[in-house]
Design a protein around this ligand. Structure first.
Ligand SMILES: [Zn+2]
Ligand SMILES: [Zn+2]
Length: 277
């Protein structure tokens, strides 16, 4: 079966990415993907690279529509998405963007928490320890999803664990059961997808976490299924050439082992299922 990679970035629109759209499509082809969804960063009011992490939406659509209309039918399908980095004060703007543009997929991500603290750069979010930060982040993800209801995928629920400044500490289900359940209930009631983001796994591997410890706690995905969750999206979060479909063979084994039987990508924001067994 051929898969769709649901989360990727390019140099044209994401200030932290290094690949062109053509390179991304060639990388998707080299990894035998059916398709790839481009979800460039729209992180209004975030500028740790010195440039605000937003882009021109009319340019984005006219460029990508052009790429799609000139595409070789044998190449992986290019889907047009966006990754919205939410903060409470951006709710109105983001809802306008979602309503205005014909995205295939809209990822909402919590890159900032406790208002406007950037998780990637502001260590104070961890002042009360890793799990205190994880707990608040999950709770704020529910606020994010409620604020921008017309999204498709909850991006990397585990992003906050990527940048914990001490010894790498994976998010486990049990100490966060209440918070995870609230996230899952929201996703399930509203028919949204939970993302397995292999960029987090890759980061944990590079930090020396061995074997299963680099992968999410299986209890997280088991609980989502147990509560009735049906939509799981698989994402590399590729930022440069060579990263499309990162760890996808291992991710499939992980997902099958926890009981996942199908993956979901979105076309015109409608879920499309791919059986994996
Ligand atoms: Zn990025
Ligand atoms: Zn992200």
């Amino acid at each position: 079966m051929k898969l769709v990679d649901c989360h990727s970035h390019t140099v044209h629109y994401s200030t932290d990415a290094a690949q062109s759209v053509d390179e991304l499509i060639q990388d998707a082809k080299a990894h035998d993907l059916a398709g790839i969804c481009l979800t460039d960063h729209y992180d209004k009011d975030v500028n740790y690279t010195g440039i605000e992490h937003i882009f021109d939406l009319p340019d984005y659509f006219s460029h990508l529509d052009q790429v799609r209309s000139a595409a070789d039918p044998a190449d992986p399908q290019l889907y047009i998405g966006i990754e919205l980095g939410w903060m409470p004060h951006l709710t109105r703007l983001f809802n306008e963007i979602i309503a205005t543009w014909p995205f295939d997929s809209v990822i909402v991500s919590l890159h900032n928490m406790d208002g406007d603290k950037d998780i990637f750069v502001d260590r104070s979010v961890y002042d009360e320890g890793a799990y205190a930060a994880y707990s608040r982040a999950l709770t704020q993800m529910v606020d994010m999803m409620s604020s921008c209801p017309d999204f498709t995928i909850l991006g990397h629920y585990d992003y906050v664990s990527r940048y914990f400044p001490g010894q790498t500490t994976r998010m486990d289900y049990a100490p966060l059961a209440k918070e995870f359940d609230a996230v899952f209930e929201h996703l399930i009631i509203h028919g949204k997808a939970l993302e397995l983001n292999t960029r987090t796994v890759q980061k944990f591997k590079s930090q020396g976490l061995a074997g299963d410890q680099a992968w999410p706690d299986p209890a997280i995905f088991k609980r989502y299924l147990e509560l009735g969750g049906q939509y799981i999206s698989l994402s590399s979060d590729s930022h440069q050439i060579g990263q499309a479909a990162t760890l996808f063979p291992e991710a499939l084994e992980f997902l099958k082992a926890v009981g996942v039987s199908q993956l979901t990508h979105f076309v015109s924001k409608k879920p499309v299922l791919t059986p994996i067994i």
